[in-house]
Write a protein that binds this ligand. Structure first.
Ligand code: AMP
Length: 577
């Protein structure tokens, strides 16, 4: 795909040439772009909000909140400073101390953003939850995270939280965003409290290593673990906002993720604000026409979304450029799952700019491997490591790592530990945390390969890998091939135990609308795959299903498909969409 895609675009990219930029890059130099606190130290809320509100960006729109009815409200950096300072004062008044945890359970409403940044100002730890969680997943997280305060709405409180209170002795206050008066001694009106405190707040000394954010992740396996991040993580958010998302002064940025998923916090709150641009928040869920209208009406320049959304947009039978003026769109990024070559090519044909895939995870706190506007995009590749990040492929041999350096060799995706937004522990599970590291390497739990040009290619989660007749099969390669068949809308594969070949490859397929799920379709797809992948790797079994089980952030839950197939317990399904 086109070399240096930026040639025709209006802004010069912040990173002009990848290799020379990497050789000069230093985290220390980037750190110097921060102001720091007057008394020393660094605080995310100061760098994202107060610094700008005290400077020349004071009247720039920081948050544009698009409501369900499509009307919108703007909050400047000055407004944001006031609201977050009030929230920090409310916490202080309620006796919340440094290191206590404040949770949220709301939709994407302004109070969520005020409380996230206000909590960081007060040096308490913020943990956002998806508002669609049921009571039990809320309980698990509030309990494990020792929540002291929860910000939520009256309806969510009554429906999901009230019945849990007797099991959550540490939870002292529920701050309701949509009532004028307190309901009782615990459930208080947030607006009333905000009205009673000063809009001035001096952030106290915050050390780079002070905890800031807690994100629960079950990944695609197992029970939720609490990944803890520190204030210094803002350095990764700043650097990736600048060099990956290529944010420029005056940009309008839209990250479609909910803050309940780490992407919606790192990039739906922190990265755009620390780079001083305008951040779009849409209260509503996915809707193709609404999304295109937002891109047009709000002149979005930089858009960060996910493969599930892209696949849904691909199903719409019109060309957006014929109906919408998207000429302001300069950069599109995607994260969360592999972006199939077909999807990258669709993006290029549809938007006339490539969709840049990038890779990271809750534990890394920010983007680690990415395509950039200034490198050639290879469809299907996650791209190259962020400047300042060393990524490698390796084998785990007991307590040691053996690096695999030949191009194309497949192994564990490793990162040299020590980047600013690296998680600092799994809450109360230090042993589990330590197991993620061997020597200087962090083991990501993903398998990948690196080609001769230094691009990384996703193979699969280490725990999703299938061993069939002695072959190691990554779900991604089979699913990519499946997606190339014209009848296939979505697909996932699992390994099913087989007495002869170890595991057999089984595919679950969602067919495109109008395609009939019959024997002919099955034979046709099987034949197509045998030709493409060879008989050893091609799925031996094919099942047609209505939809694939996915997490709320759009990841296919292969382990759930497997558990259902084998009649095993489904395990933690709290993140199931
Ligand atoms: P989470 O912590 O929920 O964001 O999940 C992180 C995991 O999502 C990674 O470890 C990968 O397995 C997967 N993932 C994220 N981005 C990508 C990508 N661009 N390509 C392939 N897999 C991805």
């Amino acid at each position: 795909m086109g070399d240096n895609v930026y040639k025709s675009l209006q802004n010069t990219p912040n990173m002009l040439e990848y290799d020379s930029f990497c050789s000069q890059f230093s985290w220390e130099n980037e750190y110097d772009n921060f102001e720091g606190l007057p008394g020393g130290g660094i605080n995310i809320a100061h760098e994202t909000v107060d610094r700008h509100a005290n400077g020349h960006l004071r009247n720039i729109v920081a948050l544009r909140w698009i409501q369900k009815d499509s009307s919108f409200k703007d909050f400047t950096y000055t407004d944001l400073k006031v609201q977050t300072s009030r929230f920090a004062n409310v916490l202080e008044k309620l006796g919340v101390k440094k290191g206590d945890t404040v949770f949220s359970l709301t939709g994407r409403i302004p109070a969520l953003y005020f409380s996230a940044l206000g909590t960081l100002k007060s040096r308490a730890i913020f943990c956002p939850m998806f508002s669609v969680f049921g009571p039990e997943p809320c309980f698990q997280r509030l309990n494990k995270g020792k929540a002291k305060v929860l910000v939520t709405t009256k309806k969510l409180y009554e429906k999901k939280i009230k019945s849990l209170l007797n099991r959550l002795p540490l939870l002292q206050y529920i701050l309701l965003t949509d009532v004028e008066q307190d309901i009782d001694k615990i459930a208080l009106s947030l607006s009333k409290l905000m009205g009673e405190v000063s809009d001035d707040y001096v952030i106290k000394n915050t050390k780079p290593e002070d905890p800031a954010l807690l994100h629960f992740t079950s990944g695609t396996t197992g029970m939720p673990k609490g990944a803890l991040h520190v204030h210094k993580a803002v350095l990764t958010h700043y650097v990736t906002g600048k060099y990956v998302l290529d944010l420029h002064p005056g940009d309008i940025f839209w990250c479609t993720a909910d803050p309940g998923w780490v992407t919606g916090t790192s990039y739906g709150i922190i990265a755009p604000l620390v780079n001083g641009v305008t951040n779009i928040i849409d209260e509503e869920e996915f809707n193709a026409k609404r999304w295109y209208s937002i891109l047009e009406e709000h002149s979005v320049n930089v858009w960060y979304t996910a493969p599930t959304a892209i696949r849904r947009l691909m199903r719409i039978d019109f060309n957006p450029l014929e109906k919408y003026d998207l000429s302001r769109l300069r950069v599109i990024h995607s994260v969360g799952e592999p972006l199939q070559p077909k999807e990258v090519i669709w993006g290029q044909n549809t938007f006339k700019i490539p969709i840049c895939d990038n890779w990271w995870q809750t534990e890394t706190g920010g983007i680690m491997i990415s395509n950039y506007v200034s490198i050639k995009v290879k469809p299907g590749s996650m791209g190259k490591p962020l400047p300042g990040i060393e990524a490698a492929i390796g084998e785990i041999e007991g307590e040691k790592i053996r690096l695999l350096t030949k191009p194309g060799e497949q192994g564990h995706l490793l990162l040299r530990s020590g980047w600013p937004s690296m998680f600092r522990t799994y809450l109360d599970e230090e042993e589990r945390y330590q197991k993620c590291f061997k020597g200087e390497w962090y083991i990501t739990g993903d398998l990948a390969r690196k080609d001769a040009d230094g691009y990384f290619w996703f193979v699969g989660r280490a725990d999703d890998i299938i061993k069939t007749s002695g072959h190691m099969v990554g779900p991604f390669e089979v699913e990519s091939a499946l997606m190339e068949h014209l009848a296939v809308a979505e697909a996932a594969i699992i390994g099913k135990p087989d007495p002869i070949i170890g595991e057999l490859v089984k595919a679950f397929i969602v067919l495109k609308p109008g395609v009939e799920a019959n024997e002919q379709a099955r034979l046709d797809i099987k034949g197509f795959l045998r030709k493409k992948l060879g008989p050893a790797v091609a799925p031996k079994e094919i099942a047609f299903i209505e939809s694939l089980p996915k997490t709320k952030s759009g990841k296919i839950l292969r382990r759930l498909l497997k558990a259902r197939e084998l009649g095993l317990p489904e395990g933690d399904t709290s993140t199931l969409e």
